[in-house]
Design a protein around this ligand. Structure first.
Ligand code: COD
Length: 290
């Protein structure tokens, strides 16, 4: 039997781990026993980078591929065939990776919508908030939002959080027919009440302040089981989600971990500018939910 399977270790297949933060994070995760690394790409380039960084590739598998496209296709195929348990993006364009992931014959489609979730450690609040979807679906309609919400809830369940509270964010907490995010918030709340979304408590529309601050909710007189206590923030679109995540990271110095959910296996898709810490935490998150 494969040694990693014997030890219960998750195998992460990484496409094009040519830059310091990705390679460093995978080596560290491998060293700490979080995952077993499979590095796919130009092996001489990977080895040269590891040598420059002074990190060891001992115990990891290296798979030689000539370019970004063939490396990414090979990586995705390894995950969809079960040779690896999760996928990670290295120094390769997001479009190349997502096209391979969505390949109808050998990609990682599962029949569900794929969506991105980022966990943000909010120091001043002393808790972790999930934000979705600031990374994959651009302008989701109501149906897509329901699936994005369910993906995040299912992920929380697999992390041991049984009944997360979800705030559907808008700019205001009153339903305004001219603001589609408020209409979606009200509809999703009712869908959860009717059992069309399960395993969570949903309320919306809520504005960001009253979703996370009990004081703000009290001052505005909002009587809601979610207001002030949200675990997950469902944002209206990719622009809002991306800015919430990046504001927390770059302006407030929060630690984050991100993952794409809804595929056959989790996908760690961090951006080039993300730190080694973010990449390491994202690997740990992916391994935990895989
Ligand atoms: N889940 C499952 N299947 C999907 C999804 C999804 N989220 N998105 C598209 N598909 C399927 C469709 O059903 C279809 O069969 C096929 O893929 C192509 O669909 P298109 O033509 O609508 O999609 P594309 O290929 O034009 O775009 C899909 C992307 C995910 C590439 C696109 O939505 C995108 O670029 N998203 C933003 C990614 C990004 O830039 N993130 C920023 C990271 S910081």
């Amino acid at each position: 039997m494969d040694k990693s399977v014997e030890k219960g270790l998750k195998r992460i297949a990484v496409t094009c781990p040519y830059e310091e933060d990705t390679l460093g994070a995978v080596c560290e995760a491998h060293k700490r026993g979080i995952v077993e690394g499979i590095l796919v790409g130009k092996v001489d380039r990977i080895e040269k980078k590891a040598h420059e960084m002074g990190v060891s590739l001992e115990g990891m598998s290296l798979v030689d591929e000539k370019d970004d496209y063939s490396a990414t296709d090979r990586t995705v195929k390894m995950v969809s065939s079960g040779e690896a348990d999760l996928l990670m993006k290295g120094l390769v364009k997001t479009a190349i990776l997502l096209k391979a992931v969505l390949n109808k014959e050998w990609g990682l489609r599962s029949g569900s919508l794929l969506s991105h979730l980022v966990l943000v450690e909010i120091g001043p609040l002393g808790r972790v908030l999930g934000v979705t979807d600031g990374g994959m679906n651009m302008y989701p309609d109501l149906n897509a939002k329901a699936q994005i919400l369910q993906n995040a809830v299912d992920c929380y369940h697999s992390l041991g959080i049984d009944f997360p509270k979800v705030a559907v964010l808008a700019a205001v907490e009153a339903v305004n027919p001219d603001m589609s995010a408020t209409l979606d918030g009200a509809a999703l709340t009712q869908m959860a009440a009717r059992g069309q979304i399960t395993g969570c408590l949903v309320d919306g529309p809520l504005a960001l302040d009253n979703a996370v601050s009990q004081e703000a909710a009290d001052i505005k007189g909002i009587d809601s089981p979610v207001a002030g206590k949200a675990d997950i923030l469902l944002v209206p679109d990719i622009e809002a989600g991306n800015m919430v995540g990046k504001t927390a990271m770059f302006l407030a110095g929060c630690r984050t971990a991100g993952v794409i959910l809804g595929a056959k296996k989790p996908i760690v898709m961090t951006s080039r500018f993300d730190s080694m810490d973010t990449k390491l935490l994202s690997i740990a998150l992916g391994a935990a939910v895989s």
